[in-house]
Design a protein around this ligand. Structure first.
Ligand SMILES: [Zn+2]
Length: 228
């Protein structure tokens, strides 16, 4: 696992074709309910915010308009995210998350004097689309391009959401790309534009966490951005 960057939309089509696009980057979760907890005790919200802001910087450098949703981390209502994306005229919604695993795969360790849960059973990214989104086929195209780019960076998908475990059983649309269908995801199904949710990495994996939190993971150097 080396480099992740979300300037990935450059890969979808020649840059001029993206001139009229506006990409909404949604920071998953909010302060009072900050999502999963990393192996070192850091809330998912912090990872989501850092990656969304880095993706926004990358897109800005590439002259692709974007906006960040939930910048203050106070957006409690899920429907408000796609609603704001629509109000701003976004042509694509990317909801940015970081992943965990079911409790039966976790064990504990002591980090900085505190006992924390961790699991190294699974590693990698996941991408989700909803068949209840009105632009499912475009959502899949975006997700496929994102996956192909991540694969090209040496990253690998995690397929644990498709396991027959309580809380999982998601439909795998494409196992090579870690692409799942999850119709009920509110941010995706309530979006009027194509929408993809990315689980960028598994932060409860204590080996992966430092990589996921690293600058190179969040941003590829510009010289490599259009090369893939
Ligand atoms: Zn999340």
């Amino acid at each position: 696992m080396r480099v992740l960057h979300l300037g990935l939309l450059l890969l979808l089509s020649p840059q001029p074709a993206l001139a009229g696009c506006l990409i909404a980057l949604d920071i998953g979760h909010y302060r009072k309910s900050p999502g999963e907890t990393s192996a070192r005790g850091i809330p998912e919200l912090e990872f989501n915010a850092a990656l969304a802001h880095e993706a926004s910087r990358q897109l800005h450098q590439a002259a692709i308009p974007s906006l960040v949703i939930n910048t203050e981390g106070d957006m409690a209502e899920l429907a408000a995210r796609p609603r704001q994306a629509a109000q701003k005229g976004a042509s694509l919604l990317l909801s940015i998350h970081h992943d965990s695993v079911q409790d039966q795969y976790k064990t504990t360790w002591v980090w900085q004097g505190l006992e924390r849960a961790h699991s190294e059973v699974f590693s990698g990214f996941g991408l989700f689309v909803s068949a209840r989104n009105p632009a499912l086929s475009e959502s899949i195209l975006v997700a496929e391009a994102m996956a192909d780019h991540l694969l090209g960076q040496g990253l690998r998908p995690s397929l644990h959401h498709a396991l027959p475990d309580a809380g999982e059983n998601r439909i795998l649309l494409d196992r090579n790309r870690g692409l799942y269908r999850f119709d009920e995801l509110a941010v995706l199904r309530q979006a009027s534009m194509p929408a993809v949710l990315i689980e960028a990495g598994i932060i409860v994996n204590k080996d992966d966490e430092p990589l996921i939190a690293s600058e190179p993971f969040r941003a590829a150097p510009p010289s490599t951005r259009v090369a893939a």
